[in-house]
Design a protein around this ligand. Structure first.
Ligand code: CAA
Length: 292
């Protein structure tokens, strides 16, 4: 707690440059060293929501290698932290992220990309067991849209714009855009976006099922944290099972998916939290989950 008070103090202290303060605040949480491109904190009344803010404003949060490695490190830390039950990833009001870093990619060769399996470390976002919420204000383009889609829930600010403009750069989405966008919004809209590079706004994203909620720009992060708090108040163990089951809908046939769901449902009966949840209902009291 003292660390976070100090972080807040550093952020508010007027004589320090904001970026330096943010860096200091970010360093408070990390167990694994310093963060240069992201701010990492715990948020929520019970400090049970992990918060990652992409912080490369001059480049509109372009997702350079270093930034995505730091996101992976922060996710590892939150995954290992028993006090954290959900994670929020956000950017700035202007940009969630304007894509992979084009300047960093510009001179890469095929051999480097193929040999080094370029962008494969981004997958960490989609393998986290704890639920992850993307809070998207401004641009979510290319890799930025793909990063949001790797998360489990997307909330959008009223001015958000989503797009896969890689075609305009002579390439195609490389971090799941063609796959996750198609599953989220359907073939026709996904094709149109991927083939023209056109963006869609928050309302279109909501209508098409890409995002679940639209919020005023200045309320977006608060709303995402609130959602994270709700999730974190449930059993972390059972939340992970629920997440696994929903994600399986993207990978398995209906019969296979239903079978997996049934097995996971049965498995909840091996947990103390399932007993607690049902006992609390019958006894007309609030459940107190222990993640066991
Ligand atoms: N990579 C590197 N730098 C970027 C960037 C990116 N993806 N997007 C923006 N920037 C930089 C700009 O170069 C500029 O920096 P300088 O001031 O040093 O020139 C700064 O951010 C501000 O950008 P703009 O001046 O262009 O701002 P704008 O308001 O006029 O336009 C924008 C905003 C429409 C988002 C425009 O910046 C843009 O089109 N960005 C590129 C979007 C894009 O093509 N994304 C896909 C990248 S490829 C990819 O992501 C592959 C994948 O699948 C993983």
């Amino acid at each position: 707690m003292a660390l976070f008070c100090r972080a807040a103090y550093l952020l508010l202290k007027p004589s320090r440059p904001v970026a330096a303060c943010i860096s200091a605040a970010a360093r408070q949480y990390s167990s694994g060293g310093q963060y240069d491109y992201i701010i990492v904190e715990k948020r929520g009344e019970k400090q049970n929501v992990g918060f990652i803010q992409l912080n490369r404003p001059k480049a509109l949060n372009a997702l350079c290698d270093g930034l995505m490695s730091e996101v992976g490190q922060a996710l590892d830390d939150f995954e290992a932290d028993g006090g954290v039950g959900a994670i929020v990833i956000t950017g700035s009001d202007r940009a969630f992220a304007a894509g992979a870093d084009i300047k960093e990619m510009q001179n890469r060769t095929f051999q480097e990309c193929y040999g080094g399996n370029f962008l494969s470390h981004w997958n960490r976002v989609s393998t986290v067991k704890k639920p992850v919420i993307a809070a998207v204000n401004g641009f979510a383009l290319g890799g930025g849209c793909e990063l949001a889609m790797m998360c489990d829930i997307i909330y959008a600010g009223e001015k958000a714009q989503f797009g896969q403009p890689e075609i305009l750069l002579g390439t195609i989405p490389g971090a799941g855009g063609t796959q996750r966008l198609t599953r989220a919004v359907g073939k026709s809209l996904a094709m149109e976006m991927v083939l023209t590079g056109d963006k869609i706004n928050a309302q279109e994203a909501k209508q098409s099922g890409l995002v679940s909620k639209i919020c005023p720009v200045d309320q977006l992060v608060l709303e995402a944290i609130k959602c994270g708090e709700k999730i974190a108040s449930n059993s972390k163990l059972v939340s992970a099972m629920a997440k696994e089951a929903v994600n399986a809908a993207y990978e398995l046939t209906l019969a296979e998916g239903n079978r997996l769901e049934k097995r996971l449902f049965h498995s909840t009966f091996a947990t103390e939290d399932r007993k607690e949840g049902m006992s609390a209902f019958v006894e007309k009291r609030q459940a107190s989950f222990k993640d066991k």
